[in-house]
Design a protein. Structure first.
Length: 163
């Protein structure tokens, strides 16, 4: 690795944000750590080629790795545990309600919502990251939001009516 310090600086600067995204994707703190670690190992191997845009590379790697995990394991999902930086840290009740509702979504639905609304990716970007069509992204997001409205009507302010 030609510029080890550049990689180290990237990990220090972006590691917490990557960990939050990984947690939202997996719903499990330990799996999130594994997901980030796998993506960073891959990035370290290719650092010289990706040094100009490492975050996009690492995030895409995390999305693809998470999909691979879905396909390999069809396990019962583990509950969302405590996390260092919760989604709604300013309101513990909202955070718990959101975590409970997200836990009851399928892994694919949760991933689409995380990419679309937490990562703020477009439908096309989400589709590219997941290797599915933008129509599938629209459909999964619509189904997930509909299910969230049923599971947690108190989240209505977060779940836009036209989304």
């Amino acid at each position: 690795m030609a510029d080890r310090s550049g990689f180290d600086d990237f990990v220090r600067a972006r590691g917490p944000a990557l960990a939050r995204t990984a947690y939202l994707l997996t719903g499990d703190h330990h799996l999130a750590e594994d997901l980030v670690q796998a993506a960073l190992v891959e990035a370290a191997r290719r650092w010289e080629r990706i040094e100009t845009s490492p975050e996009a590379y690492v995030r895409r790697s995390m999305y693809h790795q998470n999909i691979s995990w879905w396909r390999r394991r069809r396990l019962v999902e583990s509950p969302l545990g405590a996390y260092d930086e919760p989604v709604a840290a300013h309101d513990p009740t909202l955070r718990l309600t959101l975590e409970q509702a997200l836990r009851r979504l399928t892994s694919r639905q949760r991933t689409v919502l995380v990419l679309r609304y937490f990562e703020d990716l477009t439908e096309v970007q989400t589709a590219e990251a997941l290797g599915i069509s933008s129509g599938a992204v629209k459909s999964m997001a619509r189904q997930a939001l509909r299910r969230l409205r049923v599971l947690a009507p108190e989240l209505a302010d977060l779940v836009e009516a036209d989304a």
